[in-house]
Design a protein around this ligand. Sequence first.
Ligand code: NOJ
Length: 543
Amino acid sequence: MEKKWWHQSVVYQVYPRSFCDSNGDGIGDIQGIISKLDYLHKLGIDVIWLSPVYDSPMDDNGYDISNYQDIAKEFGTLKDMEQLIQEAKARDIKIIMDLVVNHTSDEHAWFIEAKKNKDNPYRDYYIWRKPSADGKPPNDLQSIFSGSAWELDETTNEYYLHLFSKKQPDLNWENDQVVKEIFDMMNWWLDKGIGGFRMDVIDLIGKEIDKGIIDNGPHLHPLLQSMNKATFGHRDVLTVGETWGATVDIAKLYSNPARDEVSMIFQFEHVTMSWDEEHGKWRPKPFDLIKLKEIFHKWQTGLGKQGWNSLFWNNHDLPRAVSKYGDDKHYRVESAKMLATTLHMMRGTPYIFQGEEIGMTNVSFESIDSYRDIETLNFYRDKLAEGFTHEEMMDGLWANSRDNARTPMHWHTSEYAGFTTGTPWIDVNPNYSDINVEAALADENSVFYHYQKLIQLRKELPVVVYGDFELLVPKDQQIFAYTRTLDGHKLLIVSNFSAEKATFHYKEAVNSCKTLLSNYGNTYDLQQALTLAPYESAIIQIG
Ligand code: NOJ
């Protein structure tokens, strides 16, 4: 497999609204990010994935774009953005932008024109259908943010499609003019020196709405191939598609280098495995380690040379890793490190979500009024109407609301965790006085330094990047263990995913072994069975 720089990179996701506010308006901004680049450089990351900073009315915190070629005022200016690209580059960090092109904002100039009348040249930039015979929406397709996916435009008496909020009308990718506008816009950003794109819900752009095909539609891969050819294909960049419904076979279609589509995708099987069949993430199922191992094993071995994995536990849409997969009450530091080790030693490109590197946790706001996320608020309202109790729904929110990831980053112990000198747009998690960057940097045993070591190991050891993956003890209820092997080099990664002691016995012959990292500061002898403390985890080099 041809080697690429992003095979050995580690990506750090910045959610700009919640990262660092430089001007006291309570909202994070680009100058705030610039002020923290030295911190990110110290962590050792190579790439920043920047959630959207484009002009937007912020119905969905920037995933509703009203101008792709300008920056939202609360985040700064285009000049700030150019400065960020340059300052990051000076520290060997590339910036990848969020490409949100399944939909625009309803305040985008294209949509404002499109709504004027049916003959407007921009009309066909969006997806319009006549009302059904009884004046209702054309079909019962539901929006991902709840309610009908169709909104009536009263001026022209037609419905437009919005798979997300009604302020996020879907673009019509069957219109060549739309395709051209998007490709031109992508080239405009690439010419500014960005390092690639994270492609928001890209699996939706090939849809055939009248046939009920929404994701993985027939136009998807041809469109991505034309996109690759017209924009980033001849540039050395990282592209990652957000694809909720991807299977291993589908992932190969996207990321097989021979097909000239994208570098890799985000698959979500390990995320959705704990969602309820009927009520999704609002009624989560208990954690199932055996299933988790099965899923990672399938992806680690399944892609082979015909694709590349991305590795992540959390992002701005998901709960905090240590709260979902670890124990954020009794073993926060141990389990945060254990999770990091388990993920970062796999094959693929790891992604760290802001605050994960200091072990930030979910938040349990007492009142629904403290929540800001449109999806959370819509579902709270609708599920209560369906019969959920307030308490049940709050449990669902505490486990899975997107706002868990969106509370401000904890920088230090002063008011609002040093995120802002004003009033933050969303409350700070009250545990910031214990969990913050300043404290992490001052403690050589912190989660931060554990991440730093994992990133270094990836840079030092080709086996971490390219080694073959083999899962051990698949049916063990506590232990997640695997090996990575490349050209005679072998690593064993063993993690206890439980709050009880666990035993593990490596059965193969071992001549020598060297502990590279342990979250308990232990060294291990593989000649005998190991007893692992709660959430203990280790990387052992086997000779
Ligand atoms: C996925 C993004 O990650 C999420 O935050 C957003 O709400 C939807 N796509 C719609 O753009």
